[in-house]
Design a binder for this molecule. Structure first.
Ligand code: PLP
Length: 420
């Protein structure tokens, strides 16, 4: 069993139950009615909501501490730098990275992956190969396709089965002596499949191949330990884990990051600049050109504090139970097809109901206060595999409860009646 599967199962059995009613009080946005109904927010895979602690940390920062970071001698600049660097240390601890030199702040998962594709891409030659999977979000496909066009690298794709799980039988044949990187989502955003990343990283490491895990959908749902995962890169976004939009993280193993060229040039990523040449800053600043999203980092730090105080093990256990409850109830609806039935799943229910277009379903549900996402979920190759244009997707977070699921089920029943 892979490391991540093992850790998910341990957390499920060990955890103390979550007080969801209490947690819901922390989220001001959940206190409203929507279209005359209690709000059932089931779109956290697209973007999670923020607790007051995160919103307050950002306001507090802007009201008291804001200035530009790193270069100032005045008090506010020191405070802003401390807040920004403090957030980096919180993130380091949250994912158990060895050093803050391995934590690069980015705009999000997308930018983190583009950073790797561009910086590592500089070192790849025509004919080098990158392995990815059919389950990837577009943000872990398109940067590699762009690189393939620019530098002539080849892409190899791990296929999926009818349950939406990776098919690893042919994995050995996908590796060659030209393979440079294996990249895979830790959890699929479209289906909720938990991928066997432990096994994949081990297979890559055995062959000296670098690994990049897209953790956008894993980080809000389970404890992440990058040293246990043993990956070279791990990318995630603040807004999926109750933090702000516009901030994310690239974890990069220091020995690997130290060998990469910078990808964006500008202020803060340099030590000296003259027209005879530039010397670059130390890690991780060499990869953070320009004024960063300071308030975003502060908010992310507050989100890390918030999730840590609750405990990722308890969050994982709660979401696991809720997913089982939701799966049981939703599969009882006649005419509903669940898309993605992997043995190891978290937090996502993707489905279609009879001939109802997912967008129509989403609109009808919205009228009943239920917020879900519809469409291809930026995973068109997954939809192509299942021969569908899209799905309706309900996704869970720590603040969801059985009432949300019951509201979803009632709303789907009502939609079915409307189309009868
Ligand atoms: N990867 C996965 C698996 C995702 O679910 C998402 C967003 O939905 C992304 C990458 C892109 O994240 P962002 O838009 O925050 O950069």
């Amino acid at each position: 069993m892979s490391a991540n599967k093992a850790s998910l199962q341990t957390t499920v059995s060990d955890a103390v139950e979550l007080d969801v009613a209490r947690i819901r009080q922390d989220f001001p946005i959940l206190q409203q009615e929507l279209n005359g109904h209690r709000l059932a927010y089931l779109d956290s895979a697209a973007s999670a909501q923020r607790p007051a602690a995160v919103i307050d940390a950002i306001s507090q920062y802007y009201e008291h501490d804001h200035a530009n970071v790193h270069r100032g001698v005045h008090t506010l600049s020191h405070r802003a730098t401390d807040a920004y660097e403090g957030a980096r240390e919180k993130v380091r601890e949250f994912i158990n990275a060895e050093s803050i030199r391995e934590i690069v702040f980015t705009r999000g998962t997308t930018e983190a992956i583009n950073l790797v594709a561009n910086a590592l891409g500089e070192q790849l030659q025509a004919g080098d190969e990158v392995i990815l999977t059919q389950l990837e979000h577009h943000s872990n496909i398109v940067p590699w396709q762009m690189l393939a066009e620019r530098r002539g690298i080849e892409l190899k794709v791990i296929p999926i089965n009818s349950a939406g799980e990776l098919v690893l039988d042919g994995l050995d044949d996908l590796f060659s002596d030209r393979t440079r990187l294996l990249t895979v989502s830790h959890v699929s955003n479209a289906l909720g499949t938990i991928n066997p990343v432990g096994e994949l990283v081990a297979a890559a490491r055995k062959r000296g191949v670098l690994t990049l895990l897209d953790g956008a959908q894993a980080i809000p749902h389970t404890a992440i330990d990058v040293r246990q995962l043993d990956c070279d890169f791990y990318a995630f976004s603040g807004h999926k884990m109750c933090g702000p939009t516009g901030i994310g993280v690239l974890y990069a193993r220091e020995a690997v990051l130290a060998e990469l060229p910078p990808w964006q040039g500008g202020g803060d990523m340099i030590l000296t600049v003259s027209f005879s040449g530039t010397t670059y800053n130390e890690l991780p600043y060499r990869f953070e050109a320009g004024t960063p999203n300071i308030a975003g980092a502060v908010g992310l730090g507050a989100a890390v504090d918030y999730l840590s105080a609750i405990g990722m093990a308890r969050i994982a256990a709660h979401e696991h139970q809720l997913l089982e409850y939701a799966t049981d109830r939703i599969t009882g609806i006649s005419g509903l097809q669940l898309v993605g039935t992997a043995t190891h799943k978290t937090s996502v229910l993707s489905f279609n109901v009879d001939d109802i277009h997912p967008h129509d379903l989403g609109t009808i549900l919205d009228h009943q206060g239920v917020a879900i996402r519809t469409g291809h979920h930026c995973a068109m190759p997954v939809m192509e595999h299942f021969g569908i244009a899209g799905t309706a997707r309900a996704s869970l977070a720590l603040y969801n409860d059985r009432d949300d699921i019951d509201q979803l089920i009632d709303a789907i029943h009502r939609a079915v009646e409307m189309f009868r």
